[in-house]
Structures are given as structure tokens and as C-alpha cells.
Design a protein around this ligand. Structure first.
Ligand SMILES: *Cc1c(COP(=O)(O)O)cnc(C)c1O
Length: 410
């Protein structure tokens, strides 16, 4: 048995038993997002620093805090437990005291989304489902296709028409059935929801499936454990739908609640300036549902986020902040991060670095700030996006003189 005690509506606080509802019937599927609660005192008995030292070096090491019965929770895997990389030169360039990057681009399908997708697939198997589906701008989809392939499940994916080629290639290589929807992401999302209802597929869509955030939580559990004796002041996440930042915050809070760490960190959320409804809602308390805006950082291009309330609450509870970064700043952050740290981040991931620069300018961070940034996706995911950010190579004739001419110039 898992240690889930109840599911609580983030809007009205109504409590449900496990399996009773996937969104709050009172508040409706748009606002009635549920949060999964665990028996933390009981988890604390077996989930300790000592027991963790002996466990798998994957995100499955936190089984007490995952929404899975033991039988469906793998004891080993190759996902998660991504490295935390010290980045002194980038810290200096940004004008902050210390910077560490948690490089989730090293997950099997290349993004942070491998965490929730793997939990979603395990959960679907536990519920006896044969087929899983999701709508996604890319990483949720490729990670789901990956985890479905590993588990031998059928997988249906709804993507928007602007899906980057690298992600599309991954989906098809992992054997998913891909519906490229000729419409907006919001339409792809709704179509997936309808198809799941009609065909009885398990719906991975993170915001309305409360168990998925628990997968995202493992990013926070790990960040907390990996810096247990050397805590950051701030943890920075880029924000689209809002589930990742909520999950990371929840992970840190639960690690404190069970006594593996004795600190909390402030959470800094970064949105692209062109699509920043959550950063706005953090100020106003209300979500603009007009669906306007656009950004080049495709993984966070979510004009109508489903999980805005969790994302706003997480930052508020942590005494954190939201900032935005322009597409130009995000583009600059991609090669800056690559050059100064060796981490090649996709635009949505480098958005955290661009946001740190904004936060420093605005005085949210200062010259002493000790920051841990989540790098949520690998740069190879979105080659077109990367190429826009990195400039051109030198075209040369195959002669040493041609090389010499360029070496002298640059
Ligand atoms: C999904 C994603 C995010 C943001 O996560 P949300 O839950 O949508 O806020 C950030 N970076 C990358 C690379 C992503 O794929």
C-alpha cells in the first residue's frame, strides 16, 4: 500500500479519498486541481538518510513519498538522481555568490519530464490500464513515450503543429502513435482529454492528474537530499503549466517534514516575458485566461496554465518571487550556460539562468545569494531553438590559410 492519506482540492480545500476523484467535482476540472497528501510521520520512520544511502540511485529511492503501491514501484532505474554541478564562472558572470545547476537534461529522454511520466506509467499499470496518452508541447510527450516503451504499454500523443523536430523524432522512435493537431496547444490538450474519456486511455496530463506532480516532486526531493548539509538560499525553476515548480517546492517541504533536511529554500519562478500569466497572477491573485502571448522557449509556452494556483502558492509559501525574461535574454543564456558550465540547456531550461540575471538586476538576488537552478531539458531537444541562439559557424575552404585568416580575426 502507498502512504497516501487523502487528496485535497487546492481551491476549496475539500478532501477526497484516493480514487474518489481526479479533479474536484465542486470546483470543476479547470480550478479543482487536487493535491496528494501522504502520511509523513510514517514515511519518516523508513525514509531516513541512513536508509537512503543504501537505495537505488534513481528517483525510485523515494518510494514512501510516491503514489504507488510497493508492487508497482520499481526498486531500480536509470532515471533521476541527476548531478548537481558547481558553476563558479557562471555565478560570477551573473553577479551572485554561488550557483549550482541540477542537470535534468541527463535523464533518459533528456528532460525533467521523465520524472512525472515514469510515475504516470507506473500509476497507470497499478490502475490496470493498457494504454496511456498525453497532450504536450514536447518533453512530456517524449518522456511518456520513453516510459511507455520501457514498460511495454501503448502510447498516444497529441502535439501542437509547432513541435520541435528532435522531440517529434523521439516520439516516433519510441513507438508512440502521434496526433499532430492542426490547432493551438489548448485545443490539443482538450482533444486528448476527450479521447481519453472516449477510448478509456489513462490521461497523463499533469495538471489534472494529481499523481504526476508527485513525480515532479522527486526533483525537489533530490535537490534537498543532494544539498542536505550545504543548502542553497534559492531554488530556481522555469515555469509553463506550473506543475514543476509546485512539485519541486513540495519535495523540499516534505524532506523537511520527515527530517532528512532541516532547512527550506526560497523558490524563484521564471517565466518568459511573452507568456507570463503565472508571474502576473502572483501579483494580481487572478489568472488572465485570454490565452495571449508567445515565446520562443517552446516548453514553457503555455498561455493558459492549468496549475497556476499551485505554482503561485508554492512561491508564496516559500517567501519567494517571480521574474520574467525576454526571448532575447533567454537566447543569450543558452550559449552563456554552455560556455561557462558545459551544460547545454534547451531554451526553456536556460530560462532559469536568464531569470537569475533579471532577479539580480531587480535586487531579488544579491552578490551573496547561494542559488540552485533546475536545468530542465537538454539542448539537443530543440536544435532549431538552439541554432537561433548560438550564431553561425565559420565556413572555410579546406586549407590551413583559410583557417589562419579566421584565427587572426577572431
Ligand atoms: C515542462 C517544462 C518546464 C516547465 O514545467 P511546467 O510544469 O510546465 O511549469 C520547464 N522546462 C522544460 C524543459 C519543460 O519541459
Amino acid at each position: 500500500m502507498s502512504l497516501i492519506t487523502e487528496l485535497v482540492c487546492v481551491q476549496c480545500g475539500t478532501r477526497y479519498r484516493e480514487g474518489e476523484a481526479s479533479t474536484c467535482p465542486r470546483c470543476g476540472p479547470d480550478e479543482g486541481i487536487l493535491d496528494v497528501r501522504f502520511d509523513l510521520p510514517r514515511a519518516a520512520k523508513t525514509l531516513t538518510r541512513q536508509s537512503l544511502a543504501e537505495r537505488t540511485r534513481s528517483h525510485w529511492r523515494y518510494r514512501e513519498l510516491l503514489p504507488l503501491d510497493d508492487k508497482f514501484c520499481p526498486t531500480e532505474g536509470h532515471l533521476g538522481w541527476t548531478p548537481v554541478i558547481e558553476a563558479p564562472r557562471l555565478a560570477k558572470a551573473l553577479g551572485i555568490g554561488r550557483l549550482r545547476l541540477k542537470d535534468d537534461g541527463r535523464n533518459p529522454s533528456g528532460s525533467f519530464k521523465d520524472r512525472p511520466s515514469s510515475v504516470g506509467v507506473a500509476r497507470a499499470q497499478q490502475e490496470g490500464m493498457q494504454t496511456i496518452a498525453c497532450a504536450s508541447t514536447g518533453n512530456a510527450a517524449s518522456s511518456l513515450a520513453y516510459s511507455a516503451a520501457v514498460a511495454g504499454m501503448a502510447c498516444n500523443i497529441f502535439v501542437g503543429k509547432n513541435v520541435p523536430q528532435g522531440k517529434l523524432a523521439q516520439l516516433l522512435a519510441y513507438g508512440a502513435r502521434v496526433f499532430r493537431v492542426q490547432g493551438t496547444y489548448a485545443q490539443a490538450y482538450d482533444l486528448c482529454t476527450q479521447a481519453c474519456q472516449r477510448f478509456g486511455w489513462y490521461n497523463r496530463n499533469a495538471a489534472i492528474n494529481p499523481y504526476l506532480v508527485e513525480g515532479k516532486k522527486t526533483g525537489g526531493l533530490e535537490a534537498a537530499e543532494q544539498s542536505a548539509d550545504d543548502p542553497p538560499d534559492w531554488i530556481v525553476c522555469s515555469v509553463g503549466d506550473g506543475c514543476s515548480i509546485a512539485g519541486v517546492h513540495k519535495g523540499v517541504v516534505e524532506m523537511k517534514a520527515i527530517g532528512v533536511i532541516d532547512w527550506t529554500a526560497r523558490i524563484l519562478g521564471v517565466q518568459a516575458e511573452g507568456v507570463a500569466p503565472i508571474a502576473e497572477a502572483f501579483q494580481t491573485g487572478k489568472l488572465d485566461r485570454s490565452g495571449r502571448g508567445d515565446t520562443y522557449a517552446d516548453s514553457i509556452n503555455v498561455p493558459v496554465p492549468r496549475n497556476w494556483r499551485k505554482a503561485v502558492n508554492a512561491v508564496r509559501q516559500s517567501n519567494g518571487a517571480y521574474v520574467t525574461a525576454t526571448d532575447g535574454e533567454i537566447m543569450k543564456a543558452v550559449p552563456l550556460t554552455g560556455r561557462l558550465t558545459g551544460v547545454f540547456a534547451e531554451p526553456a531550461a536556460a530560462t532559469t539562468i536568464a531569470g537569475i540575471a533579471t532577479a539580480r538586476e531587480r535586487g531579488v538576488l544579491d552578490a551573496k545569494s547561494n542559488v540552485l537552478a533546475m536545468i530542465t531539458g537538454n539542448g539537443l531537444k530543440d536544435i532549431q531553438g538552439a541554432l537561433k541562439a548560438v550564431g553561425e559557424p565559420f565556413d572555410v575552404q579546406p586549407t590551413l590559410d583559410a583557417v589562419l585568416a579566421i584565427v587572426q580575426k577572431s
